[in-house]
Design a protein. Structure first.
Length: 423
């Protein structure tokens, strides 16, 4: 009898390395093999829908096109706002601007030819010279700096003008008076005669011609001192134009030459003068000496004077002061010297009180108060100082910007941040 051999069952823990790939471990019966990918194929349509759903759940960055459109809209709105702003400025400026009169003065300013070695200034007078022009109490400071000396100040309506004078010699050795702020700026063609005296003689000759008098005088209007004399302003024929001569050097020679060169106006009876019997007699031109003008020479003649002094406004407080209307016309001073520095264009109460006292003292003496060295910028500060000086009743406003001083409402000079007074 032979025995049956036991079956050879391999040990699951000792599977040889040459077993077939299909063999699996003892735990494989608990977890079925993973299905192959190809049995779970997703269509492109379902995949796109799934991706879109995921995209909706994740915050998206702004799209470039949306940003571009936003920028375009902002730029368009900005451009519209800028156009509205400019239109506002133009509209307000046009409404506020005082139109310049169309007269002979305005035409001269446009066509003026300065004097030179071969010909005098031209033109010096034109028809309807100062028609429709109302004079205002402004002083054309350093008037010779303007492109058209004398005439720009007159065209603005200013009743006072200024020339700095030096004595010197012409190429042929003749003594003459030259106009300029410094010696370096002097020119042979820019003399007191060529820029001021000769043009004034021509202006007043035409203004006082028979035809001109008939046009400028009404039946109830009289000129200076109940005469038929007419000044440079046709609408105010009894307004005297002040010619302030700022002497830049001292000495008898310059004084003598000034007296001599005024003969053309003096001989025609056009200079304001003083005599003990008549007092001060107004005429179309009033001459005032300033700077280094000799006060002693002005007062030396006790019977007749036609050059008046520019008295120091801050030195009038003495009861026995030497300055009065018999020998002086203006009483002037630097604003900072008079009241101290004016911060931000606003006077303090102490400064107002001090200036008011100075103005009143000048008026008591029969003099006209004038403050120079007022700030020109910022425009808002300048305008506030001008307004305050007018409120304090200063007699004349010292100005470099003639149009702004004479023809603008200073409170409306700045519109939407833009200065329109100089346009």
């Amino acid at each position: 009898m032979f025995s049956q051999a036991a079956p050879n069952i391999p040990n699951s823990n000792s599977i040889s390395s040459d077993d077939t790939p299909s063999s699996f471990s003892s735990s494989d019966h608990l977890f079925p093999p993973k299905p192959r990918t190809r049995f779970y194929h997703i269509s492109p349509r379902r995949s796109a829908a799934y991706i879109q759903q995921l995209a909706l759940r994740i915050p998206r960055r702004p799209h470039f096109r949306r940003i571009a459109w936003s920028v375009i809209v902002i730029l368009q709105l900005t451009a519209i706002g800028a156009l509205i702003w400019l239109a506002l400025i133009v509209t307000v400026a046009n409404r506020l601007r005082i139109p310049h009169p169309h007269n002979g003065l305005s035409e001269i300013v446009q066509t003026y030819s300065a004097p030179n070695a071969t010909h005098p200034a031209s033109p010096t007078w034109l028809k309807d010279f100062s028609n429709d022009l109302i004079p205002v109490q402004c002083h054309s400071h350093n008037d010779y700096w303007h492109r058209v000396p004398l005439y720009e100040g007159l065209a603005a309506g200013c009743v006072s003008t200024e020339a700095d004078i030096w004595i010197g010699n012409t190429p042929d050795g003749q003594v003459d008076l030259f106009v300029g702020h410094s010696k370096k700026s002097l020119s042979q063609s820019r003399t007191l005669r060529s820029l001021y005296l000769d043009p004034l003689v021509d202006i007043l000759t035409h203004q006082n011609s028979v035809t001109s008098q008939n046009l400028t005088h009404s039946a109830d209007t009289e000129g200076f001192g109940n005469t038929s004399l007419t000044g440079v302003f046709s609408m105010a024929p009894d307004t005297s134009l002040v010619l302030l001569l700022d002497f830049k050097i001292t000495g008898e020679a310059i004084w003598t030459e000034v007296v001599s060169q005024l003969d053309g106006l003096r001989s025609r009876g056009w200079l304001t003068y003083w005599t003990p019997a008549e007092g001060v007699v107004q005429r179309p031109i009033t001459i005032v000496g300033s700077g280094d003008a000799p006060f002693d020479a002005i007062t030396a003649n006790t019977t007749y004077r036609d050059i008046f002094y520019d008295a120091p406004l801050t030195k009038l407080s003495d009861v026995d002061t030497a300055y009065n209307s018999n020998n002086s016309y203006y009483a002037s001073t630097s604003l900072s010297e008079a009241v101290g520095m004016v911060m931000f264009g606003s006077f303090t109460s102490k400064q107002k009180s001090k200036a008011a006292g100075q103005v009143q003292r000048a008026e008591d003496l029969g003099l006209k108060s004038r403050y120079w060295d007022t700030p020109g910028w910022p425009v808002g500060w300048r305008n506030r100082i001008w307004e305050e000086l007018v409120r304090l009743q200063a007699s004349v406003l010292n100005a470099d910007d003639l149009t702004a001083a004479a023809r603008w409402d200073w409170e409306m000079c700045v519109v939407a941040g833009v200065n329109i007074c100089n346009k």
